[in-house]
Design a protein around this ligand. Structure first.
Ligand code: PGA
Length: 256
């Protein structure tokens, strides 16, 4: 954690969930109590098919709802795509951009990710910009070079702490049950913080830096306790309300 930075615990449902899973969103919304919301922000990013219903379910509480990706254009002949404005129209507040599954499976470059980040802000959404090294990059000692390049290419020049969140997700840790050592997480987050401070001064010092990749209730306290880890981006463990709320509670406990 970083003193004076309000943590964000975010869930990414990926391509999981149909209407029958809305009970989990309701349970999470109910579990994000006023006490919890006084200390942390909690966010769930369901598939876009559930977005509008999810925001309605969460309307009276503190749980925030976001999307997992957006197109860079406002509208047009882009079959199957969803614009940031459409996401905003669903009353969502956040959008993930540059998740490694988008970078790998859809060939998104840093420039594509930056264009989506610009679109997100245009539509009034907070953008969670994801970065992370592959296993081969880690093994060859290139991790910090890769992170530096992704930050330089993906984060727009006008980013502020209120409109931008950075999520560090080692690709090899996503969905595998593997996590980096605490030392490695600390090194990556200290590097990202230094890069953001160098580029954005005070805004970079306040920007939230999330860790993602196999976060679960049993390792959340350790990972969230690392300096400059200001929250988590959670895939698998966000699908079950109990697990997601346990991670939120671990974060609250660390807030003292
Ligand atoms: P995981 O996914 O928690 O299932 O590893 C994290 C992510 O892809 O955001």
């Amino acid at each position: 954690m970083t003193p004076d930075i309000r943590p964000l615990v975010a869930g990414n449902w990926k391509m999981n969930g149909t209407r029958e899973n809305l009970d989990q969103i309701k349970a999470i919304a109910d579990g994000v109590t006023e006490d919890m919301a006084a200390r942390i922000d909690a966010l769930i990013c369901p598939p876009v098919t559930l977005l509008y219903v999810a925001t309605a379910l969460a309307e009276d509480g503190a749980l925030q709802i976001g999307a997992q990706d957006c197109h860079s254009e406002k509208s047009g002949a882009f079959t199957g795509d969803v614009s940031a404005e459409m996401i905003s129209d669903c009353q969502a507040s956040h959008v993930l951009v540059g998740h490694s599954e988008r970078r790998t499976l859809h060939g998104e470059s840093d420039a594509d990710v930056q264009a989506k980040a610009v679109a997100a802000r245009r539509a009034g959404l907070v953008r969670i910009i994801c970065i992370g090294e592959t296993e081969a990059e880690r093994k060859s000692g290139a991790t910090l070079d890769v992170l530096g390049r992704q930050l330089a290419g993906s984060v727009p020049d006008d980013a502020t702490a209120s409109d931008t969140v950075i999520a560090y997700e080692p690709v090899w840790a996503i969905g595998t049950g593997l996590t980096p050592t605490i030392t490695d997480v600390a090194e990556a987050h200290a590097f990202i913080r230094a890069e953001m401070e160098q580029r954005f001064a005070g805004e970079g010092a306040k920007m939230r830096l999330l860790y993602g990749g196999s976060v679960k209730p049993s390792n959340a306290t350790e990972l969230l306790g690392v300096t400059h880890v200001d929250g988590a981006l959670i895939g698998g463990a966000s699908l079950k309300a109990d697990d997601f709320l346990a991670i939120c509670n671990a974060c609250v406990s660390l807030q003292g």
